[in-house]
Design a protein around this ligand. Structure first.
Ligand SMILES: *[C@@H]1O[C@H](CO)[C@@H](O)[C@H](O)[C@H]1NC(C)=O
Ligand SMILES: *[C@@H]1O[C@H](CO)[C@@H](O)[C@H](O)[C@H]1NC(C)=O
Ligand SMILES: *[C@@H]1O[C@H](CO)[C@@H](O)[C@H](O)[C@H]1NC(C)=O
Ligand SMILES: *[C@@H]1O[C@H](CO)[C@@H](O)[C@H](O)[C@H]1NC(C)=O
Ligand SMILES: *[C@@H]1O[C@H](CO)[C@@H](O)[C@H](O)[C@H]1NC(C)=O
Ligand SMILES: *[C@@H]1O[C@H](CO)[C@@H](O)[C@H](O)[C@H]1NC(C)=O
Length: 758
């Protein structure tokens, strides 16, 4: 009786939401029409469907919240689902209030996943995310596409959304996204897509709201050289090589044209140069069509709508198309055939997702809630957090001595739960804070916040110090979080906010072992902690996701050796006074100290690629690599590659010898520098990396580091890349542990042909 009553209440509270449905190709009005014919080509099927649309049907289906066409039995579909680091809350996703589908695996933010430098792992995690999205979709709770990933390079430490990206290096982001897209979509251009991913924000988007410069109206001035070399390589990989199903154009303008109106970006680069075909669609960022008005680019909304469609923005995430295209057609600003082109691309994409196909023949349509948050998914969420956490400083205090039994957890992150998810998050199945994990690990722990993220109030200090005095060791968890860095909110300073460092200073004076955990996606200047000998260890943990606390604790106690590497530069605090955020150029000038590890002329607090271990490694190049290569021979040998920039240059083998006492993963980072080609010259550039797992104490592993022609080419003023004769140095590890010199002989050879800006 009681049991029956509880079930009834649960059902009443959690009604099955059927926000998504599939067209009925057996008994519905579309049955026996070509769109339901699985033997016909996706484009023929989409054209046949669109031929049944009236102009009004076309217009109403140009927006993210598409009504479908009831007359045809075509259901509504919302294009706006999110899945940045797990199925995420968004207009197209609905979590149940309790029970089945009330949660999904919550992985760390990409900034921490990037720090793992583990591409296989990224593919495995993306495979879990697409599986969980499909399970949600089968229950009507998520779409078949997701507005993810965010791959704008993390150019400036002030950016509020850097946490969503894998870091600052274009080569690294490209490798990451190549693997991520395969996991999300189910392979490279598979016959049946598992999910359609969306590479965003195209292009030059990395400013929210800085000193009155708002993303909605910001005009990013970017040279073709910086576009080709810094801002767009990861989009090229995503589109051309990983064959993503969609791209999102951004709020900002590039060189005077709003991205979603820019035919150079959307046609010349995206479709003509990279081969983004009509099976794929471009969506605007949400309300980016309406913001043509903010840019003073369009006089009114009908003009904005027409300009967006004509430029190739196929979906308006918003309502501008839906409300204004009819007027735009009447005014002769846009042809119905252009609207039909946009809608045809959308439905071709849905056809390739199996939307109109029999469910029985599709394994993805069988996925259910039992496929969500599986033991494998939980293990991956834990492992990637462990792999990404970066040890920045350690005087031998870590791993914690076995004699330490009582830990005082202090600080605004020490008992973090939802904070660990960062932004674009879903509901996690559980969230294990550092404090909770310490108790699970058998410590007698206390938690005393002491202070908040950004507060001048010191009334909590006394309790924190008392707790610290009563403990064997102190763990301070702080840094920044989404109250300081967020969508719509850049930082003006990169110092530790509020009085956190004052409290750390008072804790440091107690003379007990003190470990500082620095969280957040953007870096804060930790030079005071780096130089203070009473701060014994410093770790950076990004936003570590559902098992973040366990991951941190397992490193603190030495269950695992850390091997993550910083995916961004940690700049000194004064950096923000040396260059305005609005200066998009990456090369140094009289008003810009240069951006990222490649170009920054100052001294970073912690360099890109920094990351300590509990063991020591000895590295050496093995296999006698060639020291001289002829450019013309390389180019001739590369002729059979799909693209010359992807053709192999050489694979360098490195012996990774663990000379210490504990097993550890090791990330081999291989850089190159040269004074060949156009000046100025970057300090160095990442050309290859690999994570070698679990190298035992005393063991030697071999890391193979493939390098492509594109990685050693240099980009000229016009955006085209060439191989240049001259001397080159390979630099292994950070700080550089070993170098290898080689030369390129022959004559300069252009290997990419960047299109001229119109
Ligand atoms: C589809 O065609 C089959 C075979 O001609 C017919 O039996 C069936 O009724 C048709 N279905 C609909 C919904 O028109
Ligand atoms: C389905 O499409 C194929 C390929 O175009 C075609 O040969 C076949 O006749 C179509 N079937 C029907 C029932 O129209
Ligand atoms: C509409 O199509 C006609 C005929 O192809 C063409 O001349 C005209 O330029 C088009 N108008 C717009 C706004 O694209
Ligand atoms: C730690 O956080 C959890 C979850 O928010 C909360 O329930 C618990 O009371 C906190 N612990 C302390 C000691 O504040
Ligand atoms: C460095 O440590 C000393 C105590 O040894 C302390 O007085 C000072 O405030 C500390 N500074 C920081 C930034 O932790
Ligand atoms: C390359 O890097 C090494 C190590 O930092 C440095 O000594 C050398 O001068 C650099 N060479 C060039 C050409 O930049």
């Amino acid at each position: 009786m009681l049991a029956t009553f509880l079930v009834a209440v649960a059902l009443a509270c959690a009604p099955q939401v059927q926000a998504y449905a599939f067209p009925d190709c057996v008994n519905g009005p579309l049955a026996n029409t070509t769109v339901c014919n699985t033997s016909a080509s996706p484009s023929a099927r989409a054209k046949a469907l669109i031929a049944m649309f009236t102009t009004s049907d076309l217009i109403s289906n140009t927006v993210n919240s598409s009504p479908g066409v009831a007359r045809l039995g075509l259901p509504a579909y919302n294009w706006w689902s999110e899945a940045l680091h797990g199925v995420a809350g968004s207009p197209g996703v609905s979590f149940a209030p309790s029970g089945d589908f009330s949660f999904a695996t919550s992985f760390p933010e990409p900034i921490l996943m990037g720090a793992a430098f583990d591409d296989e792992m990224i593919k495995a995690i993306a495979t879990v995310i697409s599986t969980e999205m499909r399970a949600f979709n089968n229950a009507g709770r998520a779409g078949l596409d997701a507005f993810t990933p965010n791959i704008n390079p993390f150019r400036d430490p002030r950016w509020g959304r850097g946490q969503e990206t894998p870091g600052e290096d274009p080569f690294h982001i490209s490798q990451y996204v190549f693997n991520l897209i395969q996991g999300l979509q189910g392979g490279i251009d598979p016959p049946l897509f598992k999910l359609v991913a969306d590479c965003k924000h195209f292009a030059g988007y990395d400013l929210e709201n800085w000193m009155g410069n708002n993303r909605m109206s910001f005009n990013a001035i970017i040279s073709q050289q910086d576009l080709a070399e810094f801002y767009l390589p990861m989009f090229q990989t995503c589109v051309r090589d990983a064959k993503v199903g969609s791209v999102m154009c951004s709020y900002n303008a590039v060189n005077g044209v709003p991205s979603c109106a820019d035919t150079f970006l959307l046609q010349t680069i995206l479709r003509d140069f990279w081969g983004f075909d009509d099976d794929r669609w471009v969506t605007s960022d949400c309300d980016a069509i309406a913001n043509f008005i903010d840019h003073k680019f369009s006089p009114d909304l009908p003009h904005a709508a027409a300009t967006g469609i004509n430029a190739g923005t196929d979906i308006d995430c918003g309502s501008t198309y839906g409300n204004n295209l009819a007027a735009a057609v009447s005014l002769g600003l846009v042809n119905v055939s252009s609207i039909a082109r946009a809608v045809t691309r959308q439905y071709t994409s849905l056809i390739r997702l199996g939307y109109f196909d029999p469910p029985a023949s599709q394994p993805f349509r069988q996925l259910k809630f039992s496929d969500v948050n599986t033991p494998n998914a939980q293990q991956l969420a834990y492992e990637i957090a462990v792999e990404g956490i970066v040890l920045l400083k350690n005087d031998g205090t870590l791993p914690l001595s076995k004699s330490i039994k009582k830990l005082a957890f202090i600080g605004p992150w020490a008992n973090a739960t939802t904070q660990m998810q960062g932004n674009y998050q879903g509901t996690a199945p559980f969230l294990i804070s550092p404090f909770a994990a310490s108790q699970e690990a058998g410590f007698t722990s206390t938690f005393t916040p002491g202070t908040k993220i950004n507060s001048a109030d010191t009334t909590g200090f006394a309790a924190a110090i008392a707790a610290a005095k009563a403990a064997d060791a102190i763990v301070f968890g702080g840094g920044i979080d989404d109250s300081i860095e967020a969508e719509g909110m850049d930082r003006n300073t990169i110092v530790w906010p509020g009085n956190q460092l004052d409290l750390v200073g008072q804790l440091a004076a107690l003379g007990k072992p003190l470990v500082v955990l620095q969280f957040g996606g953007g870096q804060v200047d930790s030079s005071a902690l780096k130089s203070n000998s009473t701060v014994n260890a410093l770790l950076w943990g990004g936003y570590p996701g559902q098992s973040g606390g366990t991951a941190v604790m397992d490193i603190l106690i030495g269950k695992v050796s850390p091997a993550g590497r910083l995916p961004t530069t940690q700049y000194p605090a004064n950096y923000v006074n040396e260059v305005p955020m609005t200066d998009m150029s990456v090369r140094p000038s009289s008003t810009n100290p240069g951006r990222t590890y490649k170009w920054f002329t100052g001294t970073p607090v912690f360099e890109f690629g920094t990351g300590l271990s509990f063991t020591t490694f000895s590295l050496a190049f093995t296999g006698s690599p060639k020291a001289s290569y002829n450019i013309q021979t390389l180019v001739a040998a590369g002729a059979s590659a799909a693209h010359l920039d992807l053709a192999p240059f050489a694979t360098f083998s490195v012996s990774v010898h663990n000379t210490g006492k504990v097993a550890s993963d090791f990330v081999s980072l291989l850089f190159m520098n040269t004074t060949a080609g156009p000046s100025p010259f970057p300090k160095k550039e990442l050309v290859s990396y690999v994570r070698t797992k679990n190298v035992g104490a005393g063991q030697t592993a071999t890391a193979n580091l493939p390098v492509t022609l594109g990685a050693i080419a240099r980009v000229g003023d016009d955006g085209s890349a060439s191989l240049y004769p001259g001397d080159y140095t390979l630099l292994l590890d950070v700080p550089t542990a070993v170098t290898f010199h080689f030369s390129l002989t022959g004559t300069q050879a252009q290997i990419t042909n960047w299109p001229a800006a119109s």
